[in-house]
Each structure stands twice: as C-alpha cells, then as structure tokens.
Design a protein around this ligand. Sequence first.
Ligand SMILES: Nc1ncnc2c1ncn2[C@@H]1O[C@H](COP(=O)(O)OP(=O)(O)O)[C@@H](O)[C@H]1O
Ligand SMILES: [Mg+2]
Length: 305
Amino acid sequence: MMFKNVSDVQERLETAQYIPSREIATVVFLAAATRKPILVEGPAGVGKTELAKAVSRSLNCELIRLQCYEGLDESKALYEWEYAKQLLYTQMVKEKISDILSGAHTLSEAVDKIASQEDAFFSERFIQPRPLLRAISSQEPVVLLIDEVDKSDPEFEAFLLELLSDFQVTIPELGTQRAKNIPFVVLTSNNFRDMSDALKRRCVHIYIDYPGRDLEIRIVKLKIPGIRDRLAEQLVDAIRSIRRLDLKKKPCISETLDWARSLIALNIDELSPDILFETLNMICKYRGDSEMVHRELKSILPHAV
Ligand SMILES: Nc1ncnc2c1ncn2[C@@H]1O[C@H](COP(=O)(O)OP(=O)(O)O)[C@@H](O)[C@H]1O
Ligand SMILES: [Mg+2]
C-alpha cells in the first residue's frame, strides 16, 4: 500500500476523481511512507471526507468509516458482545445445559460448571465488530476514516490515541489482537473543538481551506464534465466573492457543484443577476445570507451590473 512519490499520489487521486493541491498530495505521500495517520482540519465542505474516500479508491482498498458523535463509546466504535444472540443460543441449547448441570448439588457447583463453559459464549462468534476492530483485524490493508473526530468526547479521543499508537486491542475474553496491516488512517475535524496536542503529535496535520480559483475551476470541470469553461469560471468567481461576505454559512465546494448542476439543468450558459437570484437557494441556506447577496450584487457580478 504505497505510493511511488508525490506526483504518483497526485495522478492516482485524480484518477480517483479527486484533485489534490500539491500540499495535500505531499501529506498523503508522507503519511503513507511514515505510516502515520493524517489529521485533516478545515471548514465544512472542502473535501476532507472525500480525501479519505479518494485515497481508498486510488489504492483500491476497502474504506472503513467511523462517524464520530457526542457520546460515541468503545462499544459502538470497537466491538460489542451480542447479548441477544448469546441469549438465543442459551435457549436453543437448554438441554445441553441441563446435561452439564446434572450432578451439581449446590448452586455454587452449578455456577462453577456453567463458568467452565463460558468460553463457548465469549468467542468470536458472539462478537459484533465495529469499525475500529474491523480495521485492525482486516486481512487486507484498509483505509480507516475517523470522520468528524471533533464531535467525539475527549475521553474517546484519549482512547483513540492509544489505539493509533500501537494498533492493537485487548479483548479480555479473547486476548490481544494486533493489526496484520497498519491501516491508512484519516481523521477529519471541522474544528468544533480543538484536538489535543497529543493527537496532533501522533498525526501528520493538514489544514484544508477553500480552494484557490484554479483548483476550484478544475474540480467543477472534473465533477461536471461538459460544463462550458466560461460558465465554470463565472460561477467560481461569483462563489469566491460570496465567500468574502460576512455570511452565517459560507458556500463550500458542494454548493459550487450543486449550483453548477442546477445551471446545467436549467440550460443556462451565462450567469446574470436574475439567474443568480433565481438559483440563490442552491448557495445560501439562511435568509440573512441571501439578503446580503442581494445587497452586495455589485461585488459579486461586477461585469453584469
Ligand atoms: N479536491 C477535490 N477534488 C474533487 N472533488 C472535491 C474536492 N474537494 C471537495 N470535493 C467535493 O466537494 C464535496 C464536499 O466534500 P466533503 O469531503 O464532503 O467535504 P468535508 O468532508 O470537508 O465537509 C464533495 O462532493 C467532494 O466530492
Ligand atoms: Mg465530511
């Protein structure tokens, strides 16, 4: 699971429908070479999640995703015993259990006899592996996406840190599982809260900001083949001016792409103030933001006004 060099990363990600800046390609290369996780920070919709997906496509390996949220704990992230299944099995093997218990005279003898059989119920058969355990126990190399890690609690972050330092987990009943292949790990964060220094130290860090003009135009052309060059440029320029306004929610790359698709669907090949206002719902998600765009039309479409 290796890239030859930075240009190789760049080419392979592009083939996987992701256009990386040189900085992103370099970080991916170094992370793969040093087997360190990548911690990607930045505003919503700049391609953080997509980067992990694209890396998995470019390496042709499975993507295992752990979506983080407040309250996420080990039982949902690592593994859980399947109590319902264990219970069902005990029901079905009732007779066998009576056999085992026969001859036990006291309650404690019975408990001892049952205890001697507990391996049968605490075996891999009754484990529900969650994303982290799946990533560690996979026979093939995988890309592990730990998405929006800033939404998880600090205790969970501490647990992750441990996992990311030795890629092994100990399940008391089953022993220690060590990763056969160290996964390529991508953690993303929208900076909802700061990640600990310890986590940052463990990772190769990158901040992805809104793309530069040329990069965004290339992304639009890649994702919407057939769009006219001129329209792609107009739309990216307009989006960039809108981002400069003091909005509650700045439009991200997803909005640029949605907007481009809408204009194509409407058969429009030239951006005008009327068209901008008619399709503004694709870009602005708050009424105040739309109003500001109306007021600032002159700075958004300087040639059209
Ligand atoms: N460099 C890029 N190349 C191609 N598509 C991109 C790029 N950056 C972002 N996108 C597109 O932008 C959209 C939003 O990306 P996403 O990864 O969901 O954002 P985030 O996880 O940062 O909120 C996706 O449709 C993705 O395909
Ligand atoms: Mg995301």
